[in-house]
Design a protein around this ligand. Sequence first.
Ligand code: AMP
Ligand code: ZN
Length: 113
Amino acid sequence: MSDCLFCKIITGEIPSNKIYEDDQCYAFYDIQPQAPVHFLVIPKQHIVSAEELTEENAAVVAHIFAVIAKLAKQLNLLQGYRIVNNVGEDGGQTVKHLHFHVLGGRSLAWPPG
Ligand code: AMP
Ligand code: ZN
């Protein structure tokens, strides 16, 4: 999508601090980290949110979770971490391109606010 921030990050039109990329997904550090380690993993396909997932396009989510497990080990998140996906207005989603936050490097409170 031409006016989507994360699509522009994937193409390099907007710079990012990239961690990993393959044919299906792209991982980069969040610009406003909420934990010592805070990165985002996004599908290369423009999917607005988890609400738009279907049997046809949801396989990328399994792939992203496998990538997260690999990256979390590489980044030494050995005490655990949290995967967050915000959906829509009440969910606090500000960027309308599906993304999974990975937060770690400190103990995280539960439940979230
Ligand atoms: P959400 O509120 O779940 O939609 O999360 C969007 C996230 O994208 C926020 O944590 C922002 O800090 C992050 N973000 C926004 N712009 C950028 C950018 N240019 N590079 C990296 N992260 C960004
Ligand atoms: Zn997009």
